[in-house]
Design a protein around this ligand. Structure first.
Ligand SMILES: [Ca+2]
Ligand SMILES: [Ca+2]
Ligand SMILES: [Ca+2]
Length: 198
C-alpha cells in the first residue's frame, strides 16, 4: 500500500509538472518566440538630407557689344543685365544676320551656378548664368530664348555664350530654333556680380 501511494504521488507530481510546462509554452508563445527578430527596428534611420543650398544671389551684365559666332554672326547689344532671382530689370537684346532682332520681355527661369571656371574679378557667387525667357522676335511676341553665359575672368576673351531662339508659336521641345549659336566671346565681356538680395 505504501508503494502504491508513493507511485501515485510520483505520477501526480509529474502530471502537474507537465501541465504547468504546457501552459508556460502555449502555442501562441511558441509561435512568437520563433518569429525572426524585427530587423527594421535594429536599422538606424538614414540621416536627414542636408537643406538645399540657397540660389546664388547675383546678376550678370555685358559690357560693350558682345560678338560671337560666325554663321550667323551674333551681337548681344550693349548694356544687358539679367538677375539670378528674376528680379527686374532683365534686359537682353540679340541681333543677328538678316536684320533679326530679339528683345527679352520676361526672364522666366534663371539658374546661376558656380563651376570650376574662375570669374574673378570681381568676387561673385557664380560664374555661369543659364536662363529661359520669352520676348519679341522682329516685333512679334512670344518667341522663346534659352541661353547660357559664362564669365571666365577678365578680359572677356575666355567668356563663353550659347543662345537658342525659337520663333513665336514654335515648341522648343520639338521644333528647330531659328537661331542656334555658341562660342567664345570675341569682343566685349560678360561680367558676374555679387548682389544684395535682401
Ligand atoms: Ca567658379
Ligand atoms: Ca568677372
Ligand atoms: Ca568676363
Amino acid at each position: 500500500m505504501k508503494n502504491l501511494t508513493f507511485v501515485l504521488f510520483v505520477v501526480l507530481v509529474f502530471g502537474l509538472f507537465f501541465i504547468t510546462c504546457q501552459e508556460a509554452m502555449s502555442p501562441d508563445q511558441i509561435s512568437q518566440d520563433s518569429d525572426p527578430p524585427n530587423v527594421e527596428s535594429c536599422i538606424e534611420p538614414p540621416p536627414p538630407c542636408p537643406p538645399p543650398e540657397p540660389p546664388a544671389c547675383g546678376r550678370m551684365t555685358g559690357g560693350g557689344s558682345v560678338f560671337f559666332g560666325e554663321d550667323p554672326r551674333v551681337r548681344v547689344t550693349r548694356g544687358f543685365e539679367i538677375h539670378c532671382d528674376l528680379s527686374d530689370p532683365n534686359n537682353l537684346q540679340v541681333n543677328w544676320q538678316g536684320g533679326n532682332k530679339f528683345h527679352l520681355s520676361d526672364l522666366q527661369e534663371a539658374d546661376c551656378i558656380d563651376t570650376d571656371v574662375v570669374q574673378d574679378p570681381p568676387a561673385a557667387p557664380f560664374d555661369t548664368f543659364i536662363g529661359v525667357g520669352v520676348g519679341r522676335l522682329n516685333k512679334e511676341e512670344n518667341a522663346t530664348i534659352h541661353f547660357t553665359f559664362v564669365d571666365a575672368g577678365e578680359p572677356g576673351k575666355n567668356d563663353w555664350a550659347s543662345i537658342e531662339i525659337w520663333a513665336p508659336g514654335s515648341d522648343p521641345d520639338t521644333d528647330d530654333p531659328v537661331l542656334s549659336v555658341a562660342g567664345f566671346i570675341e569682343v566685349g565681356n560678360l561680367q558676374a556680380h555679387d548682389d544684395k538680395c535682401n
